[in-house]
Design a protein. Structure first.
Length: 128
């Protein structure tokens, strides 16, 4: 490996060593997860996997009657009962009180299937 090759792959090496997801380009041109890279291919054959990004819900997007819970405590749950436009911005009301939609995205997750699956409290924007 040349110094230039290593320098080009350094961000991917670093990400992989930190446990972040990395991908490699397969033979049909699709990016797939790489678990045990041999780093034999050129720098354009590897990348740090893109992470989905979310934005807070708007009032119209809040899933009323969904279950909600803190990301850090799986035992506490409540129901989302309303969404409000206020002077502070869009807010979500649950059976435990009212908080901004931005705080819901940061601190909570929700379920619309009775707690089988949990998702971020926001809308998927795409990838970085």
């Amino acid at each position: 490996m040349s110094p230039e090759f290593c320098k080009a792959l350094l961000p991917v090496f670093t990400a992989f060593s930190e446990g972040r997801k990395c991908e490699t380009l397969n033979s049909i041109g699709e990016w797939v997860p790489v678990f045990n890279p041999n780093w034999a291919f050129g720098p354009t054959a590897y990348r740090i996997a893109t992470e989905p990004t979310f934005r807070p819900w708007t009032v119209e997007e809040v899933p009323l009657l969904a279950l909600c819970r803190p990301k850090t405590s799986k035992d506490c749950r409540w129901i989302i009962t309303a969404a409000l436009k206020t002077a502070k911005g869009d807010e979500v009301r649950g059976s435990l009180g009212i908080e901004g939609a931005d705080l819901y995205l940061k601190h909570y997750e929700h379920s619309t299937d009775g707690g089988k699956t949990w998702l971020p409290c926001g809308v998927l924007e795409g990838s970085k």
